[in-house]
Design a protein around this ligand. Structure first.
Ligand SMILES: Cc1ncc(COP(=O)(O)O)c(C=O)c1O
Length: 506
């Protein structure tokens, strides 16, 4: 057995003297890193399994990592009490209700959100929170849904609710090379469609593809022009402070496992109470109704957030949310942010400086090349000495052999990928055109159906997307140094490999 659970010998051989020298130079270039040294001690104490197992984890945008103390504290709590399904008067239920409400309060406190202004709706993840908004938003003919090319598919999917209700939707392009939005273009779009119909503007505070941090100032700019603002916080909040006493987006979806690793299966929608009253849920469920009659054929939804929590909450896991938030607060979001900023800066500088012997660059980074207006998510591709893109599956396979966890593909963010790879609307329309939209799934299915590989080739793609490296809470210099050493193994070679697994989907 090897990898995540067994053989602990690191397959990574490198010169530790050289690493120490590189770290000295890094610390000199990024003196602010020193202020984050508490995280090195924390890693040794609470995340020792990473180094014990020789794992180099660089997929924090995929999922965060938990500290051992989070598990201990949660399991101790479960071991020491008897908890029942909340929202009843019996003692075990009451004990649970109290902890559920404490978790809710801790979310508000963590984000400095006033309980008068915001409600916390617990969901199973960020996608579920997004669906709650999409399905209940008052889209109507004349209404608008404005969103960026650079959005996760769970935001893109809201366009189908808009479409079904006759509202129009508009995508704002992100522009190469930085893959940011042109401010003037955004302002002109925000001026449009003021006809009294509801208008929703959705964007990620941080791109899960390029790491771009789209300005929080857009929240006020859009609201001042009558838009509701859905700020996707999923990729932003793990390493940045989102202060809801300063910023007032109407809806913020997020997943807790991305912030502190454990538990999975719990997210939330932070919603402004004023905005919640404009939503109309398409159904009711256990837990969401104040009253409902079978014979009377009517129902009254609970007001506020409770009207959105369908059925039984993942209640035993909610105390772990409070524990996780306390863990982050004790470290300090500024410390986490600073650490990730310094390491990302060094990583970008170093990767971009790598050249084959013939002078050609080894990598192309999609998105900003400096730490300005970006977080610690870096998307890139590797190129061989002739300038051909190295298949991302080759990179994945070689990285896995070194116990390096990175991610490849399009990261559920096709729009950022289309912009990064310069795919034209005309090319994409040919495949995803109106008439074939319903038959498209069949196109890919069954005997003789088109494979995803074939589909990508038809689009003119050189690979299946990009390679994503993402830094987080306990990333240290050795992690990013090892990534660079891994990158160096691709210098001056043509790593064609056979037996690559077929790509299954985007
Ligand atoms: C920016 C962004 N939004 C939404 C999501 C969806 O999160 P989940 O899969 O936890 O629902 C993700 C997940 O990676 C994300 O990065």
């Amino acid at each position: 057995m090897s990898g995540a659970t067994g053989d602990t010998r690191s397959p990574f051989h490198f010169n530790s003297v050289e690493m120490r020298e590189a770290e000295r130079a890094f610390r000199h270039a990024y003196p602010a890193f020193e202020s984050t040294s508490s995280l090195d001690a924390l890693r040794a104490r609470e995340y020792a399994r990473l180094d014990d197992l020789g794992q180099i984890y660089l997929d924090y945008t995929g999922g965060g990592l938990y500290a051992e103390s989070q598990l201990r504290e949660h399991f101790d709590l479960l071991r020491r009490h008897v908890f029942g399904n909340p929202h009843s008067l019996n003692p075990t239920s009451r004990a649970m209700t109290e902890l559920v409400e404490r978790a809710r309060t801790s979310v508000l406190e963590f984000f400095q959100a006033s309980p008068d202004e915001y409600a916390v709706i617990f969901t199973s993840n960020a996608s579920h929170a997004l669906k709650l908004v999409g399905e209940a938003y008052s889209f109507q003919p004349g209404g608008q849904f404005l969103l960026l090319f650079d959005n996760h598919n769970s935001v893109n999917g809201i366009r189908e609710f808009a479409r079904a209700k006759g509202a129009s939707f508009t995508y704002l392009p992100v522009m190469a090379p930085d893959l940011c939005v042109e401010e003037a273009l955004l302002r002109s779009f925000l001026e449009q469609g003021a006809n009294g119909a509801h208008r929703l503007f959705a964007y990620p505070a941080q791109s899960n593809f390029t790491g771009v941090q789209h300005p929080l100032e857009w929240i006020e700019a859009a609201q001042a022009r009558g838009w509701h603002v859905l700020l996707d916080g999923a990729a932003f909040v793990p390493t940045n402070r989102l202060d809801l006493s300063r910023w007032h987006p109407d809806f913020v979806p997020l997943s807790f496992y991305k912030m502190f690793g454990y538990p999975t299966g719990v997210g939330c929608l932070l919603a402004r109470k004023a905005a919640l009253t404009t939503l109309h849920r398409p159904w009711f469920a256990g837990g969401t109704v104040w009253g409902i009659s079978v014979q009377g054929d009517g129902y009254v939804l609970l007001s506020g957030g409770e009207g959105f929590e369908d059925g039984t909450l993942n209640y035993l896991n909610l105390p772990a949310v409070e524990i996780g938030l306390k863990h982050l607060a004790a470290i300090g979001m500024e410390t986490i942010h600073q650490r990730v900023r310094c390491l990302t800066g060094w990583l970008l500088d170093t990767l971009l400086s790598l050249r084959h012997s013939n002078g050609r660059p080894l990598v192309e980074v999609y998105g900003p090349h400096t730490t300005d207006r970006r977080g610690g998510t870096v998307a890139l591709n590797f190129f061989d000495p002739h300038g051909s893109m190295i298949d991302e599956r080759v990179v994945d396979r070689r990285a896995s052999e070194m116990r390096l966890s990175l991610r490849t593909g399009c990261f559920c963010n096709p729009g950022a990928g289309e912009a990064a790879f310069h795919l034209s609307k005309e090319t994409l329309r040919k495949v995803f055109h109106e008439e074939s939209r319903d038959t498209l799934p069949q196109l890919f299915k069954g005997e003789g159906g088109m494979s995803w590989d074939q589909f990508l080739a038809d689009l003119g793609m050189q690979s299946g997307g990009a390679v994503r490296v993402s830094l987080g809470l306990v990333t240290n210099f050795a992690d990013v140094y090892r990534l660079v050493q891994f990158a160096r193994t691709l210098l001056d070679i043509f790593p064609g490999e056979s037996d690559l697994p077929p790509r299954l989907h985007c």
